[in-house]
Design a protein around this ligand. Structure first.
Ligand code: SF4
Length: 358
């Protein structure tokens, strides 16, 4: 049995496939339908000859998903659960802030990094998403929300998965998103989150893409970090921050430090002080993230008093800091919870040892 037809989103807009003999301007027309109008059906592409539409439809799909489920939250954000052609599932979150519509997309089914506090980590690793399956999340959200794809001006690669372990597909997706004939997004409005893989961060620094890099640090020292992040055994905090320095030098961008506050684990004032010391000399912004409890996580949210003490200490030490309000808590909670609750854990393959990566 042949597999499902490939999605057109897997191709860079400048490389969209055309039957032999078709003039090149047809590629621009096709890209316009896909990325400006968000067409989900070849039949609406009325300025393409019927024969070309039929030929494209015979060999390609537009959306890479077989089902899209939408879970609105009371706070206005919307969680999306996507079923892929092989039956596995991944998810995205749409955050329609007034002046900047944002989509947080996944780069994998599950995640091999296995962070102890993360619902996605509990799923284990399923597989890498293709670039089309990453880009397709933005286009599916736009179609279901009834907005033009280019109305979405901010993109966050912070859903399921470690994007830098799916490097080639994640970068190809980003190149489609920033292409003028693609989604025409500014790379400065794309945030790529990583658990901290120094080799891959250095490689990213060489791409000449001024993305916002977000480091999931979550602890200021290796001993604490190792209790919650398995990759911390392979990559120490000092190595990660050296790579961040190289990234900052190459891109001149401020780096975001993600720090999920876990009660009694990493939320002490002394740890805030240690964090401030680490970040000295770097241009960063610390995002403190209240932990979003999920069943069987084994962790508790920090109290508001502890959160405030941690924030105030960083501020006192002149570290730019904010507390991030976690969206979508009533619509599936932490990233990975929708898929977890849908039984996707059963599809996930065993975890890959962290030392095998990067
Ligand atoms: S926090 Fe990020 S890197 Fe860690 S398991 Fe979850 S998705 Fe993977």
């Amino acid at each position: 049995m042949p597999g499902p037809a490939p999605s057109l989103y897997d191709h860079l807009p400048s490389e969209l496939p055309l039957p032999e003999g078709e003039p090149a301007y047809r590629r621009r027309q096709l890209a316009r339908w896909l990325y400006q109008h968000g067409a989900q059906d070849f039949e609406v592409m009325t300025d393409l000859p019927q024969g070309l539409r039929d030929g494209l439809a015979a060999e390609h799909r537009i959306s890479p998903f077989t089902a899209v489920e939408r879970y609105p939250s009371r706070d206005g954000s919307v969680r999306y659960l996507f079923t892929l052609a092989d039956g596995s599932r991944t998810e995205a979150v749409y955050m329609p802030y007034e002046d900047r519509k944002t989509v947080c997309v996944s780069s994998m089914v599950g995640c091999p990094a296995g962070c102890a506090f993360c619902a996605t980590g509990a799923l284990g690793y399923g597989r890498n998403l293709t670039s089309g399956e990453i880009v397709g999340q933005v286009l599916a959200v736009a179609a279901h929300e009834g907005v033009e794809p280019r109305a979405i001006r901010n993109l966050v690669l912070m859903g399921m998965g470690e994007a830098l372990l799916n490097y080639d597909h994640a970068l190809r997706a980003i190149r489609t998103m920033i292409a003028p004939e693609g989604l025409d997004l500014s790379p400065r409005r794309i945030t790529l989150s990583t658990v901290g893989l120094p080799g891959r961060i250095r490689r990213l620094a060489d791409e000449e893409l001024p993305l916002v890099l977000a480091i999931s640090l979550h602890a200021p020292d290796d001993a604490t970090r190792r209790t919650i992040i398995p990759t911390a055994y392979a990559h120490g905090v000092a190595d990660i921050l050296d790579a961040v320095r190289a990234y900052q030098q190459a891109t001149k961008r401020r780096v975001t430090i993600e720090y999920t506050l876990l009660r009694g684990v990493n939320d002490q004032v002394a740890q805030a002080r240690a964090l401030a010391g680490l970040l000295d000399g770097l241009k960063t912004h610390v995002n403190l993230i209240p932990f979003n409890p999920w069943p069987a996580s084994g962790f508790q949210e920090s109290t508001s008093a502890a959160t405030e003490r941690f924030r105030a200490e960083l501020e006192r030490l002149r570290v730019p800091v904010s507390v991030r309000f976690s969206r979508g808590r009533d619509a599936g909670g932490a990233c990975g919870q929708l898929a977890l609750s849908e039984g996707a854990a059963a599809q996930a393959a065993p975890r890959i040892a962290p030392s095998q990566h990067a």
